[in-house]
Write a protein that binds this ligand. Structure first.
Ligand code: ATP
Ligand code: MG
Length: 278
């Protein structure tokens, strides 16, 4: 599909010709995409291909070098921070290495976004709400603990509970199951499905976990070198003719990478971001 055919009204979230460079290195290369309301869209692709950067553009935590982002037909990438704060109340987001506030308890972490947007008057009701959200991710009872005393997977689940605290219309999940055991991963998958079914939430999920992708996705998008190289339902991706897609979904190393490894591995840059160590 030609990028020009996508219009701002074509989905709840639309990006047009999204282009992002860091120090002249192209990370997103003219992406155009319309995300359908009420569906779960999964973004896959090799490490460093721009999945997190892409997701951050959807709520303008990053500004495009070029191109536009629309939410409910309204352009948002050029809004100021005050207007963006209002737009973001429609979103729940749970980003990679997702920072809980270390100085706040689990309970305080969860009410944080609520108190930012709503004048709380009924603290008993608030406490019930926190209990309910924590129970959804299997973390009820941890209200008074500090993040430092939680495992990586537990922190992730608390961050998820926080993301759904305000009953958002759109939820962005960046690797929600990474670091979780298989059962907890499946609970998170079920939670994503439940939120979609019961609350008609629109979800965008970045994952490396193909089992999870096939289970939750209405649509899977694969990014590679800043472009979309595959886009369709789980069956479309499973049987996709592109070798790069097949290698990725089966976790196989490509010939080019193998050759580079044999040569001593200088061809492919390895990059770490500070959040990779969180
Ligand atoms: N703030 C930034 N400044 C400079 N470069 C950045 C910045 N954020 C991301 N990048 C670069 O953009 C590229 C894409 O990063 P991104 O975090 O989106 O990858 P990813 O697909 O999410 O990878 P992973 O699967 O490992 O999380 C990387 O090469 C990264 O180094
Ligand atoms: Mg990432």
């Amino acid at each position: 599909m030609s990028p020009k055919t996508i219009q701002p009204q074509d989905g709840i979230l639309v990006v047009q010709n999204l282009y992002k460079t860091y120090d002249q290195r192209v990370v997103l290369n003219h992406l155009s995409l319309a995300i359908e309301k009420g569906k779960t869209t999964v973004v896959i692709g090799p490490s460093g291909c721009g999945k997190t950067v892409f997701m951050k553009h959807l709520i303008v935590l990053e500004r495009p070098t070029d191109g536009q982002v629309y939410f409910q037909g309204r352009r948002i990438d050029d809004l100021d921070e005050r207007e963006l704060a209002q737009i973001r109340t429609h979103f729940g987001f749970c980003f990679q290495g997702s920072a809980l506030f270390d100085s706040l308890t689990v309970y305080e972490n969860i009410i944080f976004p609520i108190e930012q947007h709503v004048r709380v008057i009924d603290y008993k009701q608030l406490s019930e709400l926190v209990k309910h959200k924590l129970a959804m991710v299997g973390m009820d009872g941890y209200q008074n603990q500090y993040p430092a005393s939680l495992s990586g997977g537990q922190k992730k689940r608390v961050a998820l509970a926080r993301a759904i605290a305000l009953n958002p219309e759109v939820i962005l999940y960046d690797e929600p199951t990474t670091g979780l055991d298989p059962i907890m991963s499946d609970i998170i998958n079920e939670l994503i499905l439940k939120l979609q079914k019961e609350l008609k939430v629109t979800s965008m999920v970045v994952t490396h976990d193909m089992k999870s992708a096939y289970k939750i996705a209405d649509r899977i998008i694969m990014l590679h070198k800043g472009r979309i190289i595959a886009d369709g339902g789980p069956d479309h991706i499973r049987t996709h003719p592109n070798d790069i897609v097949q290698q990725f979904i089966h976790g196989k190393v490509g010939e080019a990478e193998l050759a580079a490894l044999r040569l001593g591995g200088t061809r492919f840059e390895t990059q770490f971001l500070p959040e990779d160590f969180k």
